[in-house]
Each structure stands twice: as C-alpha cells, then as structure tokens.
Design a protein. Structure first.
Length: 198
C-alpha cells in the first residue's frame, strides 16, 4: 500500500490507466470550476502548484542520450512548427541567391526606400504582393535553377516596399484572411455534407 492511501500501488496504477485519454464533460468542468471559486491558497501551496504545472527544465541536467532522444522526438513532422518541409528550405536558398537580392534592390530603388503605407524611410522591407510560396507551388518549382528561370518570381510589379511595422501588420492581416478563408471553406463543406447548402 502507498503511504497515506487506502489503495495499493497496483490499484492506483490501474485507476490511472483507466483514466488515460479521457476528458471531463463540460458539465463536470463547470462543477469543478465552481467548487474551486473563492478558494484561497497559501503561498507555499501556490508554489507547489506552479512547480507541478511547470514543464521547466531549469536547473536540471540531462544526459547526451536524453537530449538526442528529445531532439529526434521534436524534429521534422513531429515538430509543432512543421509546415511541410522542403518548400521552406528551398525558399531560404532562393532568398539568398543574386536574383532575389537584385529583385529586392530594384523595388527599393523604384519606391525610393519609402514605405508605401506610412511614407517613412525607416527599416524598409520588400513584400511579395502575390505570396512567394504560392508562386513556388503554382509553377511547381523544386530547385533554385527552376526558380531563377521563373519570370513571375522576379517581376518587380509583384513587390512593394513597407517599413518593418507596416510589413508585420500586412503579413498578419494576410495570415488572418487566409485563416478565415480556410475556416469558411471548411464550414461550407460541413454545411454541404449536412445538405443545408444546395
């Protein structure tokens, strides 16, 4: 039996395994939330909760083998930031080639190194009007050589100068529009499946 428990270690393990992967219903979650409202915890108790909830590895040293296993477990498709692989690697290679820097330079000169949104000359950056990765997918570009031959990638009418702040704002707006479009198309698909849309 475990210390301060009426159950044996074996029973505790069985109970633990029986609850794995199960989620509480919304009703249960509400009841738990209401029961905890108004409770006042001591500083010591708050510290213990924080330690239990933190996944921090601060102060811990791990073996080389453990670090290698963690690296493998979080690499490639298993990584939460995975976006499809080689497109991004190819994108980086293209952005380092002469044609890209020349395209960028021509746009900066055309726009007089001035943000076309707020008219500042501070931190000019070049933005693709038609997204870079969209062009790569559209023309099925797999190598730097194919990219160099693609005329649309180097079209200066597909570029515009923004300052760093405006560029970030524009990118975030584009990302938000794509996200909304994806969710709308998904919602339409679900409605179609439910025969609510003709």
């Amino acid at each position: 039996m475990c210390k301060n428990s009426k159950y044996s270690k074996e029973s505790i393990l069985k109970m633990s395994l029986s609850h794995k992967g199960k989620c509480h219903s919304l009703e249960t979650k509400e009841k738990m939330s209401k029961s905890h409202k108004g409770k006042v915890f001591t500083e010591e108790h708050k510290r213990k909760i924080g330690l239990a909830n933190s996944f921090s590895l601060t102060g811990r040293t791990m073996s080389e083998e453990t670090r290698r296993k963690m690296s493998i477990a979080r690499s490639g498709e298993k990584n939460w930031k995975w976006k499809g692989g080689c497109e991004l690697v190819l994108s980086r290679k293209i952005r380092k080639c002469f044609e890209y820097s020349d395209w960028r330079r021509k746009i900066l000169i055309r726009d007089n190194h001035t943000c076309q949104e707020c008219r500042t000359t501070k931190n000019p950056q070049v933005h693709h009007i038609k997204r870079f990765l969209v062009i790569l997918k559209e023309y099925n570009i797999k190598t730097v050589e194919q990219a160099i031959e693609c005329q649309e990638l180097w079209d200066i009418n597909n570029g515009i100068t923004y300052c760093k702040d405006c560029h970030r704002y524009i990118e975030n707006q584009d990302r938000l529009k794509r996200k909304i479009a994806r969710s709308n198309s998904y919602n339409l698909f679900v409605l179609y499946l439910l025969n609510l849309v003709e």
